[in-house]
Design a binder for this molecule. Structure first.
Ligand SMILES: C[S@@+](CC[C@H](N)C(=O)[O-])C[C@H]1O[C@@H](n2cnc3c(N)ncnc32)[C@H](O)[C@@H]1O
Length: 223
């Protein structure tokens, strides 16, 4: 983990692009995790729970916020495995690390567009409600980075806003993007997650389920 320490000490030199939720960190678990994102967490945990966990298993959560999902998974990992959560918001990582007493669970402040890990390192990568925080070029950069650090045969699970499945949700999301000044949401809707992934060279994708009229759970296997 030396490379991570070095990167962390240099973080002030980086201008991270994307909507960082530093300001929301103190209330994130209460409002977002418990009220709005509970359903997403259930969907991703459902997928993770189906996996057979091998010795020496490595899992990465990109845009982990306060690390709630990894904290729920860690009990399943043996002592030779480990989990890493990265987020560009330093305050999120501070909260994630403060509540963390587990030695094979790490949280680091990093930019998803420049992941501080070597090639082919992780077995599983998850990203939930994260891509709609990035402008389109960064979505692609972050996905390329996930592909780079994933092992052959490894899996990326993505949960995020996708092309709406009905008109009412489409209008609702366009209005939300407008009110929140968040064109990054509109980009998810306009391009669709599968097309964005293909632009990043991630081609082996399957939509596992869709809910709330636009959120997709996508499984991508590294060829
Ligand atoms: C809506 S939150 C989702 C967090 C978590 N995955 C969940 O489902 O609750 C999106 C997170 O992405 C982080 N983020 C935005 N841009 C980023 C970037 N370029 N690199 C790393 N994290 C970023 C934000 O700080 C925020 O914590």
């Amino acid at each position: 983990m030396n490379i991570i320490k070095k990167y962390n000490s240099d973080i002030s030199n980086f201008k991270i692009r994307g909507r960082l939720l530093n300001y929301a960190a103190p209330v994130y678990d209460f409002f977002m995790q418990k009220i709005f994102f509970d359903i997403n967490n259930k969907k991703i945990l459902e997928q993770l729970n189906k996996l057979t966990i091998e010795e020496d298993f490595k899992i990465l959560d990109v845009g982990c916020a306060t690390g709630a999902i990894l904290k729920k998974q860690i009990a399943r990992l043996n002592k030779n495995s480990f989990a890493v959560g990265i987020d560009g918001a330093f305050n999120m990582i501070k909260i994630a690390s403060k509540k963390n007493k587990i030695c094979n669970l790490h949280f680091i402040c990093a930019d998803a567009a420049y992941l501080p890990f070597k090639n082919g390192y992780f077995d599983i990568i998850i990203n939930t409600m994260f891509l709609h925080h990035l402008p389109i070029d960064c979505k692609i950069m972050a996905l390329k980075e996930m592909k780079r650090v994933l092992k052959k045969g490894g899996i990326i699970f993505t949960v995020d806003i996708d092309k709406p499945t009905n008109f009412a949700v489409k209008i609702f999301l366009y209005l939300s993007a407008l009110i929140l000044f968040q064109k990054e949401i509109k980009e998810n809707i306009d391009y669709g997650l599968i097309e964005i992934m293909k632009s990043a060279g991630i081609t082996n994708n399957a939509i596992l389920t869709q809910y709330c009229g636009s959120v997709s759970v996508i499984k991508s296997v590294a060829l």
